[in-house]
Design a binder for this molecule. Structure first.
Ligand SMILES: [Zn+2]
Length: 108
């Protein structure tokens, strides 16, 4: 597949691929794969790839405990961002990928 970094959807596509890989890591309970994905995410950020809300899929949700790669589920008092992810999860994921907070255990 040809990847054009100037393509408007390229960043979204990149994180979509990462989300699918994170989902596979959760499904197979593979922490090494998960850590590899996080490493790729960090180096992408270092090269100027922007974070998008779907990068929240990386981590288990601190609100509803949805696993890596899974869509959030309703929790009382915590509205879902565009119906898919809790804002708390997106914020935590961005901080963790940037290295501002330690990575939570990815696989419950
Ligand atoms: Zn959630």
């Amino acid at each position: 597949m040809r990847v054009d970094v100037d393509e408007p959807q390229a960043v979204e596509e990149f994180w979509n691929g990462m989300r699918e890989a994170a989902a596979a890591a959760a499904r197979h309970q593979d922490p090494n794969l998960y850590r590899a994905i996080v490493k790729i995410g960090k180096s992408a950020l270092a090269q100027g790839v922007e974070l998008v809300p779907s990068s929240g899929y990386f981590l288990q949700c601190p609100v509803c405990s949805a696993q890596s790669g899974q869509t959030c589920v309703n929790a009382p008092g915590h509205p879902l961002n565009e119906g898919k992810l809790h804002p708390e999860r997106i914020a935590l994921s961005a901080q963790a990928i940037r290295g501002e907070v330690p990575l939570p255990e990815p696989l419950a």
